[in-house]
Ligand binder design. Structure first.
Ligand code: ZN
Length: 100
């Protein structure tokens, strides 16, 4: 994706936002981000989810449905705290950036 280095923080916040509300899984998140105009492949999103779990922002469990397994993620306390902080920063930034 073009400018993905600039936008990857927003994508992570987006993931945290939804994972704080309910459990998410990879394909759901790809579809949701697609609705917002972010086109991510599984090869980009899955490592991102793993990295966010490694940092303690997300926790996961595996759900088996017959032969299909799904990894479900939700935000941890640390992830929710990070999201709250980032929301303040986004609000502050938006206030400044939108004046122009
Ligand atoms: Zn969304």
């Amino acid at each position: 994706m073009k400018f993905d280095d600039l936008l990857s923080g927003f994508i992570r916040l987006h993931i945290l936002h939804h994972a704080a509300e309910h459990e998410i899984y990879g394909q759901w998140m790809i579809d949701e981000l697609g609705r917002h105009g972010y086109r991510l492949s599984p090869g980009t999103l899955y490592p991102m989810l793993h990295a966010m779990e490694g940092k303690g922002y997300l926790t996961s469990r595996v759900q088996r449905d017959g032969r299909v397994t799904k990894k479900l993620y939700k935000a941890t306390k640390v992830g929710k705290r990070g999201l709250d902080l980032a929301k303040h920063k986004v609000r502050e930034f938006t206030g400044e950036a939108m004046k122009r």
